[in-house]
Design a protein around this ligand. Sequence first.
Ligand code: EPU
Length: 304
Amino acid sequence: MMKWWKPLKGRVKIKEKLNRHTTLEIGGPAGFFIYPEDAADLKLLLNLLKRGKMPFLLIGAGSKILASDKGFRGVVISLDSPYFKEIRCRGNYLEAGAAVELAKLLSVTEKLSLSGAEFLAGIPATIGGALVMNAGISRRTKDAKIKRLDISQLVTEVTVMDYNGNIKRLKRKEINFGYRSSSLSECIVLSARLKLRKKDKRQIAQYLKEYLDYRKSTQDPSWLSAGCVFKNPKGYSAGRLIDLCGLKGKKIGGASVSMRHANFIVNRGGAKSGDILRLMALISEKVRLKFNIELEPEIKIWQN
Ligand code: EPU
């Protein structure tokens, strides 16, 4: 085979197992796993992929991905290189590279006494992944309504590369953000500009603690998972619906419904991608039969 990837500057791994890159620790080999070194290298890679008509996917922190045990026949692109991890601050604005982990972002904002992003605490994502999926949380307000907080609310501009390698700077209003979705999934996020506000450091630390404590009391991070598996149907909590079906602890192979939060499927060790898929199908069916509600997956299923 011609070594088509030779012109690239970044690292290239051949037949890299995806279980090393997903929080579920599931996934067979990707044909190629490539870390472009910078934007020019990414552009070159996109051109090579286009020429070779090769399918590709982007990976961030790997926390919302169910990769098939058969792997992915194509290229997985990771921006996990120093160029895409830069953070710059000007006043109340922060420009963060796509591969910056949210935990890192929050440690920087806390140091700079910048507030507004605390609700992202504990979400295992990169800026790029969090934006594409519009990561966030939901909270019940005093009048029992569900209020959503998501990263789109902090964004003022996003720099993206389209699949032809052209770089564009998009204003917030040029981007469509939905619930766990955005129009950014049609391009590659390079960096984003977030608007925060100055606040007392102790107050920020307090907010961070509250969000993390809530997460710890409702979710169980000691098991491998991909977070919430299904989106919340309008007006409902998917976790609550699945719980009401009596499915906590339900097992298929190495996968089971979390005892703590019913919208989490955990890998109890050795779970196959098929175990997770079958458990998802069973959950969907039970919820459909009991509530006549169709659950929509939040996690991305990678197979080809
Ligand atoms: N509930 C149950 N049983 C369960 C789970 C939840 O009765 O097994 C009840 C809770 O007691 C609560 C309600 O359902 O009254 C909502 O639960 P929770 O506060 O945990 O929020 P959620 O709507 O299930 C959302 C996000 C989570 C995020 C939390 C934090 C979605 C699908 N999920 O969960 O995000 O961590 O809010 O507030 O939007 C993720 O996206 O991966 C994720 C975990």
